[in-house]
Design a protein around this ligand. Structure first.
Ligand SMILES: [Zn+2]
Length: 555
């Protein structure tokens, strides 16, 4: 009988949850019952403990401590004892999931764990010392569909050792979809020790369109007309209302550590003479670049103004702007530094998905993003890259693992603090590879693809690995964004060689997957292959979450 010894665990703590997870999966794998105890005994045991793990006891003030240390964990395995020590309770949980992976578990897709069956569980003596390369390791939950799906996403995030979940209600007015699921989802986030960022496109959340009738001047001026939902960011009364509503929300939801303040999802921004700092001249329109740069200075001032107000009322909360669309450019030299309680997201929307950020084959689009990122990093204390690792465009086929790993190697070299992924659809191999590369980017993407397929595709893993690597290798270096153009590559204005490549693969992929569906003897694998066939066979807008099991909530 093996005991799990848990030091100092509050029942709600991630370390207590780590013990439950070990017990649960060991039982599922082998039928063995682990017993959770509080004190050491001479029996074989698994010890879970929080420890100071950094090599040198820090002499520096706390603000100079490396935040990545929080997720540092160690596994020490010898014949009598198995120790999981973490610098925090969450790090202990990460260590437990690492151990379970080494015992054969697979955390490949949210809500669809792979649990192998064994008569006995064995693991060779081992020492692991793991510490993430990036501080911010994040993924969105968008849109907020079923509660079961939100919970499965948080569960996957923790199992894959990411540390932030980004809930995106994208609400008009108060985020009711979060309020409605908060009681169910929040305990799941807390027991995993995950950080929470919340919002999305939230100008309309904090100052909704319903104010337009009484206050048209609060909304953006575009082509001589004020229109909601984008805001006039230099309008002081509007900013007062926005701060009041953000505070009200944060009082109601004290779990939120970063609150988003993104533009609306579009291209409209306010062209009034205040927001554009007098650059706009009715008689002779200035270049669009000049207008947008002037606006961006106003935007940084506005973000800082909101951040200063929240620093007074909610000093532990950060404001989260996204540098995207309306603000997608380098920070102007005339803009102030971004305030310390702001976490800047730097979006790479419509990048070349199959070309690295830097290197061959060269992408002017990607190099521009990277150059802009560096200017923001230079003037911000906290920032992360907002990527699109998940499929975003129909039919949601996106073999991007090779570029994801190459990019994270680049970003580590540049001392980027972290990366997040959007989630409009879901691309399981990309996310699995990204999560691992966010810990240690100097890894072989092909080995990670193989690792995913071995854990997920059972008796057809070898064929699935070979196929995925062939798709990745074939599309690498071609121009275009994700699956864009794949459904109509001959359409004018869509010279997307990557889309044409995917379209050409379609008949072969359908034949290949149908053959494996006939071949596999494993019912679970057959269901996974049926799902993998969907985007190729439907080739339309339906299969956004083709990789997920059914997450419908019971009525
Ligand atoms: Zn304005």
């Amino acid at each position: 009988m093996v005991e799990i010894i848990v030091e100092d665990a509050q029942p709600e703590s991630p370390i207590a949850f780590a013990a439950q997870e070990l017990k649960r999966y060991v039982k599922q794998m082998s039928g063995a019952e682990l017993i959770v105890v509080r004190a050491s005994s001479p029996k074989p045991s698994i010890l879970l403990a929080i420890r100071q793990l950094s090599a040198h006891k820090s002499q520096k003030p706390p603000e100079l401590d490396d935040p990545r240390e929080e997720d540092h964990y160690r596994l020490n395995i010898d014949p009598q004892k198995l120790q999981i020590e973490g610098a925090s309770a969450r790090a202990v949980l990460f260590g437990a999931y690492d151990l379970l992976e080494r015992l054969g578990c697979g955390w490949c897709v949210p809500g669809d764990d792979s649990i192998p069956k064994h008569d006995t569980l064995q693991i060779a003596p081992l020492q692991v010392d793991a510490r993430p390369a990036f501080h911010y390791r994040m993924m969105l939950d968008f849109p907020l569909l079923s509660i079961a799906q939100s919970i499965a996403i948080s569960d996957w995030i923790a199992k894959n050792r990411l540390n932030w979940v980004h809930e995106c209600p994208n609400a008009h007015g108060e985020p009711k979809t979060w309020y409605d699921r908060r009681d169910r989802v929040l305990p799941e986030i807390k027991k995993r020790g995950l950080h929470l960022i919340l919002g999305g496109h939230t100008m309309r959340t904090w100052v909704p369109e319903t104010h337009f009738a009484s206050h048209p001047e609060w909304f953006a001026l575009q082509e001589s007309e004020r229109k909601p939902p984008t805001l006039c960011i230099t309008q002081p009364q509007m900013t007062g209302e926005l701060i009041k509503n953000m505070r009200h929300f944060l009082d109601r939801c004290p779990e939120v550590e970063v609150v988003d303040l993104w533009h609306t999802d579009g291209e409209v921004f306010c062209h009034c003479s205040n927001c554009t700092r007098g650059v706009v001249n009715e008689k002779q329109p200035p270049p669009a670049d000049a207008v947008q740069s002037a606006y961006l200075i106003s935007y940084v001032e506005w973000i800082n103004q909101v951040a200063a107000a929240l620093a007074k009322s909610h000093p532990n909360v950060m404001v989260g702007p996204l540098i995207y669309s309306q603000t997608d450019r380098a920070i102007p030299d005339g803009a102030p530094a971004v305030a310390d309680n702001v976490l800047v997201g730097l979006a790479h929307f419509f990048r070349d998905s199959y070309r690295p950020l830097i290197g061959e084959p060269k992408s002017a689009i990607n190099l521009r993003f990277l150059g802009n990122d560096l200017t923001w990093m230079g003037k911000s204390k906290h920032s992360y890259i907002y990527e699109y690792y998940n499929g975003w465009t129909a039919p949601y086929v996106y073999p991007g693992a090779q570029v994801i790993v190459a990019d994270l190697q680049t970003l580590q070299t540049l001392h980027v603090q972290g990366a997040s992924s959007d989630m409009y659809g879901y691309s399981p191999i990309n996310m699995y590879v990204a999560a691992r590369a966010l810990w240690s980017p100097n890894i072989d993407w092909k080995e990670l693809v193989r690792d995913f397929c071995n854990r997920y595709y059972g008796d057809v893993a070898e064929e699935m690995t070979t196929n995925e690597i062939r798709l990745e290798t074939g599309i690498f270096g071609l121009g275009g964004y994700q699956a864009n153009g794949a459904r109509a590559p001959e359409k004018p204005g869509a010279p997307l060689t990557s889309g044409r490549y995917l379209q050409n693969q379609r008949p072969g992929q359908i034949t290949f997957l149908k053959r494996l569906i006939d071949k596999t003897k494993n019912q679970e694998v057959r269901m996974r292959l049926d799902r993998a066939l969907k985007p190729w066979s439907l080739w339309n807008d339906e299969p956004r979450f083709w990789a997920f099991p059914d997450f419908a909530d019971p009525n």
